[in-house]
Design a protein around this ligand. Structure first.
Ligand SMILES: [Zn+2]
Length: 582
């Protein structure tokens, strides 16, 4: 299974806890309209400028008396019109961002063990209403009119860089949501809400058949959305663009094709290596309280500031950006001694990104990541390159042994390092096979959305690819096609982010090594600050101001490539498995 965690995104319609069917029906039939009264009730308790926002939604300029409208229009100069429209636009963006950040707070509470289980239904309703409010504003006539004005070439050229990026971002969302029928979005929401719980049941019972009708429906709805939005080459690109803006199947097929060609022989060579490492030392379980203590230890060590963030426990690990000084991480519960360490390092990588986005963007929708691939690159950089690397543990391992002697004292640093880098097809944390798992899932979801394969045949297709890529077949569907909940949640297009993130991460790290004097020496001394500051300055602070392609080219001078990753794997695992001739 891919050790995956998801950054919660602001357009996902799927609350992670299950909503009973009765409530979904209520949703479908009784979604409150955006009347002034509804908005007043919903917003009056917390949001600044709520009054202005409500009036805006009703099409009234809150600063203008009705009798004055005609006169003021005549008297406004071109410059005043520009200033007023831009100011109105920014005001609405602030409201969207406020609603969004409250959604993240609700989601954090919902996903961590803090919220009582019986509060699920009401929470799902609240979160759905918040999403609908945001979407209504995005496609409102007023927003469309503002965007029509602001995207006019002469006007657009007068904007500063941040405003240009903001207008482009909102314009893209406005155009997309206007094309997709709200009924299809609602149907997708309802289907995925049920499907996610069916998936968990199907996995527990090892019965893929249970999930088939739901997955068929989800694939069909996703195909419909792609048709509504429109595409050049493949309907899959519509879904992909949501997670990795600007990426195409053509680029992915070439990149992943090359990666696969070079990686498969490496996996085979390691499998055949006479040196067999051992990870049996790690097959023990920590106490629940130790999970959180270790998460705090490693997160703080990499530089996650607990005065500006918090760490909780959840069924699935994740990270949310609630506010500039409220970045949240959640770790899960595991049955071994590495995942309780690797998972919070991964989430802290996301958290460091979230903490370092330029504060000046915090009331815009650019207060976000460039893409999921870039976000994953930060998590993978910390989890794999740093966290599964030797320099990092030279300073931290003695502290870990000292703090948790009952678990780690008897394992030497050398054995620990070998064990956390153990290569085998079903190992969740294995850097070597990780990308192949992501590629396998990408190939399947692309073919599903393009209509080239059918849901009912997935177990056979899955096994065939496992055999081809890893030489083994999952003993049962629960550990094969039913491993991940992404598809039942409707997250088609997400899997490439993991592989892209890994490729970006090694390119960023290689560049950091060139620019930071003795980077690995500093890491070995326990000084994580130079890396954190470099990433903050080069990547994090930009938020959503630049595309992934712009970032990788600006920082490294190159586009995304697979070669640096292959070189990294050969060097590191050549030593670990005593292989000098690949
Ligand atoms: Zn992640």
């Amino acid at each position: 299974m891919l050790k995956v965690s998801r950054i919660q995104n602001h357009q996902s319609n799927t609350p992670k806890k299950v909503l009973p069917k009765t409530v979904q029906k209520d949703f479908a039939g009784n979604v409150p309209l955006m009347t002034g009264k509804t908005i007043r009730n919903l917003l009056s308790s917390g949001l600044q400028k709520a009054e202005g926002f409500m009036l805006y939604l009703m099409g009234v300029n809150p600063n203008t008396e009705p009798d004055d409208i005609e006169e003021s229009k005549i008297e406004e100069s071109e410059d005043e019109v520009f200033k007023n429209k831009l100011s109105t636009f920014k005001g609405v963006i602030e409201e969207i961002q406020a609603l969004q950040s409250i959604w993240y707070l609700a989601d954090w509470d919902n996903q961590t063990h803090a919220m009582p289980a019986k509060a699920n239904e009401y929470r799902a309703w609240q979160m759905s209403i918040l999403k609908q409010m945001i979407q209504k504003v995005l496609i409102s006539d007023e927003m469309s009119s503002l965007l029509e004005y602001l995207t006019d070439e002469a006007v657009f050229n007068k904007l500063n860089d941040i405003d240009k990026a903001q207008v482009k971002d909102i314009h893209k969302q406005n155009q997309m949501y206007k094309k997709v029928s709200p009924e299809v979005i609602q149907e997708l929401f309802e289907t995925t809400t049920v499907a996610h719980s069916v998936w968990a049941q199907a996995r527990d019972l090892n019965k893929f058949d249970l999930l088939v009708p739901y997955l068929e429906k989800i694939v069909s709805l996703k195909q419909q959305i792609a048709e509504m939005v429109g595409y050049k080459n493949s309907p899959y690109e519509v879904l992909l663009d949501f997670y990795e803006p600007g990426m195409t199947t053509q680029v992915l097929d070439k990149l992943f094709g090359e990666l696969k060609k070079d990686l498969l022989p490496i996996i085979q060579t390691i499998n055949k290596s006479p040196k067999k490492n051992d990870n049996s030392y790690l097959q023990r379980q920590l106490s629940p309280s130790a999970h959180i203590e270790i998460a705090k230890l490693v997160s703080e060590h990499v530089g996650f500031d607990l005065s500006r963030g918090r760490i909780g426990a959840a069924a699935q690990p994740f990270s949310n950006l609630i506010a500039p000084d409220d970045v949240v991480l959640a770790t899960g519960t595991y049955k071994d001694l590495w995942n309780p360490i690797g998972t919070p390092i991964h989430e802290a990588g996301h958290g460091l990104y979230n903490l370092a986005i330029d504060r000046n963007l915090s009331k815009t929708t650019l207060y976000d990541c460039s893409s999921y691939g870039i976000h994953e690159s930060q998590a993978r950089l910390y989890e794999a390159i740093i966290g599964q690397g030797l320099p990092f543990w030279k300073s931290l391992y003695p502290k870990l042994q000292e703090k948790f002697p009952e678990y780690y004292k008897s394992i030497s640093l050398e054995k620990f390092y070998e064990a956390i880098n153990f290569v085998e097809p079903f190992n969740q944390v294995d850097e070597v096979t990780y990308n192949m798992h992501a590629i396998l899932r990408y190939e399947i979801e692309r073919d599903l959305i393009e209509g080239r394969i059918q849901v009912k045949n997935l177990p056979k297709i899955w096994d065939k690819k496992m055999k081809e890529y890893f030489g083994v077949v999952s003993p049962e569907d629960a550990h094969g096609v039913l491993q991940d909940g992404h598809w039942s949640s409707g997250d088609f297009g997400y899997f490439p982010s993991y592989a892209l993130g890994t490729l970006y991460s090694i390119q960023f790290y290689n560049q950091a090594k060139k620019e930071i004097p003795d980077l690995e020496g500093e890491i070995a001394k326990g000084n994580m600050l130079p890396l954190k500051n470099w990433l903050g300055e080069k990547i994090h602070k930009y938020g959503k101001l630049q595309t992934p392609d712009e970032i990788i080219q600006r920082v490294t001078g190159k586009r995304i490539e697979h070669k640096q990753f292959i070189d990294y794997i050969k060097e590191k695992y050549g030593k670990l498995y005593a292989i000098s001739n690949w």
